[in-house]
Write a new protein. Structure first.
Length: 65
């Protein structure tokens, strides 16, 4: 469950391996062009780059008329 100031979002996933909290200063630009629309930044966590979901872009992509 992701709690936003304007919405509560629940995502169904296969598994959760780890969780992490990060300050904005720890995020870096995602170099993978094909991922940038939904994952514009990445977090380095234990030597692995983890794409960070842009919730505004995600919610906009799921809207239907």
């Amino acid at each position: 469950m992701i709690l936003l100031s304007r919405a509560k979002i629940a995502l169904i996933v296969d598994q959760v391996e780890d969780t992490a909290s990060a300050e904005d200063s720890q995020l870096q630009s995602n170099e993978e062009e094909w991922q940038r629309e939904l994952f514009p930044t990445v977090l380095e966590h234990h030597g692995t780059l983890i794409p960070v979901l842009d919730m505004d872009a995600f919610l906009a992509s799921t809207k239907t008329n």
